[in-house]
Design a protein around this ligand. Structure first.
Ligand code: AMP
Length: 289
């Protein structure tokens, strides 16, 4: 099977409009592909739709030009993997977007939480480019990884607010050795132990919650431990409701532990969903029976 490489919007539309039925499973990526991306692709290949992977390092979602320049790129290797996986179409819109004076999207309160706090404009940049992709591709399904949980909520909001009909399919985090959440940026981190500490912190918190002995203020203790263990900056460590990233209340909800650290100048994010339904009572996390 031939993998079509499409380098601009005209080529993309020609290829898509030629295919009947025009049912597309879309997997957006920034390249430097790894097993996490491959899992999204495998899921997207499960029904008979056309699968389309985009590789685009979106400048609008970087608030630091140096970070954008340093983002790992490995296009030739990526294309080789995508051909091996028998992906139908790869879209590389290198010159496809005119980003000068482009409209921006107001996403409301979601951008004031977690990664939005120290990455001003990041999610607006994600939303703008995803909207451009969705309007051209009009996919039936979009496949997103839970590693970027806040990004999933942002993209769901864009789809809802702009009355798009794309269904969002989410894929659990793919982890490597020591539980490390695979990420394109991990290759910039020399001391893998530090990445394992991030995952271990999530597991330790989960275990303490399972023992029915966890107060929200205990998060400070886990944060301090990470810093003492040599991780110089913890951007956040929070337990929030999955639905809208708001704080726990007395109303039972599905919750998730979220963490972001800066390791050797690299932003590392991870999260862990809790199976049971929780509520907060006098500062303590209680599972709701
Ligand atoms: P990126 O190339 O980092 O922008 O990621 C593209 C897509 O792959 C996003 O939906 C990510 O959430 C997803 N992804 C990246 N790493 C992982 C992982 N370790 N497990 C699951 N999905 C992932």
């Amino acid at each position: 099977m031939k993998t079509l490489i499409l380098r601009n919007k005209v080529e993309l539309l020609e290829a898509l409009n030629f295919r009947k039925p025009r049912k597309i499973n879309f997997i957006p990526t920034m390249g430097n592909l790894h097993e996490g991306h491959f899992e999204l692709i495998r899921r997207a290949k499960k029904n008979g739709n056309i699968n389309l992977v985009s590789i685009y390092v979106n400048p609008l979602q970087f608030n630091d030009k140096k970070d954008f320049d340093n983002y790992p790129r490995s296009l030739n290797k990526d294309l080789k993997y995508l051909k091996e996986l028998e992906v139908n179409m790869v879209y590389l819109p290198e010159k496809g977007f005119n980003l000068n004076n482009t409209s921006t999207i107001d996403l409301g309160d979601i951008v004031n939480k977690l990664c939005g706090k120290n990455r001003k404009g990041h999610f607006e940049g994600v939303a703008t480019i995803i909207l451009k992709f969705l309007l051209v591709i009009r996919p039936e399904q979009i496949f997103l990884g839970e590693k970027d949980f806040q990004q999933i909520l942002v993209i769901k909001k864009v789809i809802k607010d702009f009355n798009l009909s794309t269904n969002v399919k989410t894929v659990p985090i793919v982890r490597g050795h020591g539980g490390i959440a695979l990420s394109s940026r991990n290759q910039h981190i020399k001391n893998i132990n530090n990445l394992e500490k991030v995952y271990n912190c999530l597991i330790d918190i989960k275990n303490k919650i399972d023992e029915d002995n966890f107060y929200i203020k205990d998060l400070e203790y886990f944060k301090d431990n990470l810093i003492k263990s040599g991780i110089c900056r913890v951007n956040y460590l929070e337990i929030l409701k999955e639905s809208d990233l708001s704080e726990l209340t007395s109303i039972p909800s599905k919750v998730r532990i979220f963490i972001s650290c800066n390791i050797q100048g690299v932003n590392v994010i991870d999260n862990l969903g809790l199976r049971k339904i929780y509520l907060k009572e006098c500062g303590k996390l209680k599972f709701s029976s």
